[in-house]
Design a protein around this ligand. Structure first.
Ligand code: TXA
Ligand code: MG
Length: 309
C-alpha cells in the first residue's frame, strides 16, 4: 500500500485542531481524535451519537508512549510481544498522573488501549505527540465501516478527512481482554481466544449471552436494523440468505460470506455484505449454520447481537 504524504499532513492538521478524522486499521475504520484533548474527544461522542458512558479505545504507536499513561503487567508484556501491533485491545490501569481526557474513560481508572497494524495509521501515530482515541467510524448501533467509502456514507461532510487505506484486512473489531484483574475476555474479535489462552497459559472463555457492563458490548450493538435468524437450512424466498458454502443453485437472495467455509474470509466479508443487504432493503436476514469455532465464534457473536430485539 502506497502512503500518501499529503493525506498524512492533512490528518495531522485536523487532529491538531481537535477535529475528528477517519483512519484505517486492520480491523475496521476508526473515528479518531486527540485522546489528550477534552474538546477533541467530545467531538467523537457528538458525531457518533454515542452515549458518554461508553468508553473509547486509545490507539498508541508503541509501548514506550503507552507507559506514560498506563501501568503494565506480565500478561500484557507476553501478549504485546506475540500479537502487537495487531487486533488485540487491552484494558489496563491508568497511572495516577496521566494525560488521557477524562471523557475517554467516563472518569474511570481503566483504559482500553490498542496498537493498530495498518502501516498508514502507524506512520501517523509516530508523527503525533498524542495517542488517538478511536471507536469504529459508524454511528452508534450501526454497522462498522471496512472501507473509506463506508465512513463517508456514515458521516458525509461532517468529517473533514478520511485516510484511504483500502479495504480492512480482518473486517471484525479487535478482541478485548481485561488485564486489570484476573484476565478476562470482554469481546471476541480479530485474535482467537485459544491463541491468547496459550500465550498466557490460562484457559480463557467467553460467554456471548452474559450481559456486559459496557453498553458497547451489549446486545443490539452491531445492528443493521433488520431481524436476523440463525441456523437456517431452507431460507424464505424474500429474505437475504447468508451462506458459507457454495450451493448448486444460485438465487438472487444468496449472499456468500465465503464459498468454502473459510471463516477468516467470512469475517472479512461480514460487514461489507450486511451493509449491501441493508441498502437492498431486505426485511429479513437468514443465516446458514456457521460452526462456532475460530473466527466462526466471533461472527456468530456479532450476528446474535445484531439479531437481538
Ligand atoms: O478494532 C477495534 O477495536 C476498532 C478499531 C477502530 O480500533 N475499535 C472499536 O471501538 O471497535 P468501539 O468503540 O467501536 O468498541 C470498543 C469497545 C466498546 O464496546 C466499549 O464499551 C469497550 O470497547 N471499552 C472501551 N473502553 C473500555 C474499558 N475501559 N473497559 C471495558 N470496555 C471498554
Ligand atoms: Mg463499534
Amino acid at each position: 500500500m502506497k502512503i500518501k504524504n499529503s493525506s498524512i499532513k492533512k490528518s495531522i492538521h485536523f487532529l491538531k485542531k481537535n477535529e475528528c478524522i477517519g483512519i484505517p486499521t486492520e480491523t475496521v475504520y476508526g473515528l479518531a481524535a486527540n485522546a489528550y484533548s477534552n474538546k477533541a474527544v467530545l467531538n467523537i461522542f457528538k458525531l457518533k451519537k454515542r452515549p458518554r458512558n461508553n468508553p473509547l479505545i486509545v490507539h498508541y504507536n508503541d509501548i514506550k508512549t503507552l507507559k506514560k499513561d498506563c501501568h503494565i503487567n506480565n500478561s500484557f508484556l507476553k501478549l504485546y510481544k506475540k500479537f502487537c501491533p495487531g487486533p488485540l485491545t487491552f484494558i489496563l490501569k491508568l497511572k495516577k498522573i496521566n494525560s488521557i481526557s477524562k471523557y475517554v474513560t467516563n472518569n474511570s481508572n481503566n483504559l482500553a488501549v490498542r496498537f493498530p497494524k495498518h502501516p498508514i495509521t502507524r506512520l501517523l501515530l509516530k508523527k503525533l505527540n498524542f495517542p488517538l482515541a478511536a471507536p469504529s467510524a459508524n454511528k452508534s448501533t450501526s454497522i462498522s465501516p471496512v472501507t473509506k467509502e463506508d465512513v463517508v456514507e456514515e458521516f458525509g461532510k461532517k468529517i473533514k478527512h478520511v485516510i484511504n487505506g483500502g479495504r480492512t484486512k480482518i473486517g471484525l473489531e479487535s478482541t478485548i481482554i481485561d488485564l486489570t484483574n484476573k484476565p478476562k475476555i470482554l469481546r471476541l474479535g480479530g485474535i482467537e481466544v485459544k491463541k491468547i489462552s496459550r500465550t498466557i497459559n490460562l484457559t480463557l472463555t467467553y460467554n456471548t449471552k452474559k450481559k456486559n457492563k459496557y453498553p458497547g458490548q451489549s446486545k443490539l450493538h452491531y445492528s443493521p436494523g433488520i431481524p436476523i435468524k440463525m441456523n437456517i437450512r431452507k431460507p424464505q424466498k424474500k429474505s437475504a440468505y447468508l451462506l458459507i458454502k457454495k450451493r448448486k443453485k444460485n438465487n438472487k437472495n444468496f449472499f456468500y460470506l465465503t464459498k468454502n467455509k473459510n471463516l477468516k474470509e467470512a469475517g472479512k466479508n461480514l460487514y461489507k455484505i450486511l451493509r449491501k443487504i441493508k441498502k437492498k432493503k431486505y426485511k429479513l436476514i437468514e443465516v446458514e449454520k456457521i460452526p462456532n469455532i475460530g473466527f466462526g465464534e466471533a461472527i456468530n457473536d456479532r450476528l446474535l447481537r445484531a439479531s437481538a430485539k
